[in-house]
Design a protein around this ligand. Structure first.
Ligand code: KG4
Ligand code: ZN
Length: 345
């Protein structure tokens, strides 16, 4: 198979994004354009994503972003090989906007059309930026997802663990909110934790040594709330100390879960070929979490791969790339009556 140029579209949450990605014949990837419009400011006043506002904003901006992505890529619509779009999981209004747009372009330009599972986009991103062989282990940590996934191949995944309550980014956001920090909470908590005193508060480490590879964060958040109530009114130092305690429990839990997952991977596949541990999702921006994963991977004989931050958070390059990988793997595209799926495990 020769070069593939794929137009990708992403509108499943609060980023409107379009991108053109080239997959070279040797399997390497190249981002020709990558346009992302974050709706952060639109939702900040509400402390979270408002689905109706998100969908309306996608409608008004997506055309322009697709045009910009095509122009910047220097690839004409005529020479695009396929149109790939997130068809789930996500907010249904946004998914509908993306799908309608992608279908219209595919139909008008007479191009193959591919619906992509957003999680597959995150899962394959590492192969866009690095030469990573299957199988590898993925930790996906975002505002909506917290999963440990065995990536065996394109379209071939085993979910080894997931959260039984809140997603990790959600836990950061809720913790920030109850401590009076802004939205999104993750960066605010990480920032405050830098000034924290390590020994002041101790919080439980969720799921420690639990043989299922799942996560749980709502108990931790409740523990923070109780401590915050006992300490009220909260001084900036107390807030920093609580943030650090929260983040420390989170990294301990991740280290515990991931170390078990790496053991399980090693038992099944060995580590002679130096397999990879890959991280994706917005929470991968957290330095403490990255360092924890990097250290654990090195100890267990794994490579650690973190795609650049703009590819960890939601973007359309990962969707275009997943489309390219699917075509290269010989998988069929979709019919133009493909329906969006708000839930899609
Ligand atoms: O992947 P993402 O951009 O959006 C989706 O969830 O789809 O992830 C956003 C999440 C938010 O919950 C945000 O608080 C969290 O990632 N996040 C962080 C950091 N930066 C962003 N969490 C912890 N530490 C950070 N530095
Ligand atoms: Zn995402």
């Amino acid at each position: 198979i020769g070069n593939l140029d794929i137009l990708g579209i992403e509108t499943s949450c609060d980023e409107t994004a379009a991108s053109v990605v080239r997959r070279h014949a040797d399997g390497s990837g190249e981002i020709l354009s990558d346009v992302v419009l974050s709706q952060l400011d639109l939702h900040a006043a509400f402390g979270g994503v408002v689905p109706e506002l998100a969908a309306r904003s996608h409608v008004t901006t997506l055309d322009r972003l697709v045009k910009q992505a095509l122009e910047e890529s220097k690839v004409s619509l005529k020479s695009i090989d396929a149109v790939a779009v997130t068809s789930g999981p996500g907010l249904i209004g946004g998914l509908m906007v993306g799908l309608m747009t992608a279908k219209a372009i595919a139909m008008a330009a007479d191009k193959p059309f591919i619906g992509i599972n957003h999680l597959e986009g995150h899962a394959l991103t590492a192969r866009l930026t690095h030469a990573v062989k299957f199988p590898y282990l993925l930790l996906l940590v975002s505002g909506g997802h917290t999963q440990i996934v065995l990536v065996k191949g394109v379209d071939d995944y085993e979910r080894w663990g997931t959260t039984i309550d809140d997603a990790l980014g959600e836990a950061f956001d809720k913790t920030a909110k109850l401590l009076g920090l802004g939205y999104p909470g993750g960066p605010a908590v990480e920032q405050a934790a830098l000034q924290g005193e390590a020994k002041r508060f101790r919080l439980p480490v969720p799921m420690r040594r639990d043989p299922r590879l799942d996560f749980s964060f709502s108990g931790l958040k409740t523990a923070v709330r109780q401590m915050a109530e006992e300490q009220a009114p909260l001084s900036p130092q107390t807030i920093a100390d609580l943030c650090l305690a929260f983040q420390t429990s989170v990294t301990s839990s991740i280290d515990d879960r991931i170390s078990m997952a790496l053991e399980r991977f090693a038992q099944r596949f060995g580590t002679e070929s130096e397999p990879a541990l890959v991280v994706a999702g917005g929470v991968a921006a957290n330095t403490a979490i990255r360092t924890t994963l990097e250290t654990r991977a090195a100890k267990s004989g794994f490579r650690f791969i973190a795609p650049p931050l703009n590819l960890c958070t939601d973007n359309a390059a990962m969707i275009a790339w997943a489309g390219a990988e699917r075509i290269a793997a010989g998988l069929e595209g979709d019919a133009l009556d493909l329906a969006p799926r708000s839930r899609w495990p």
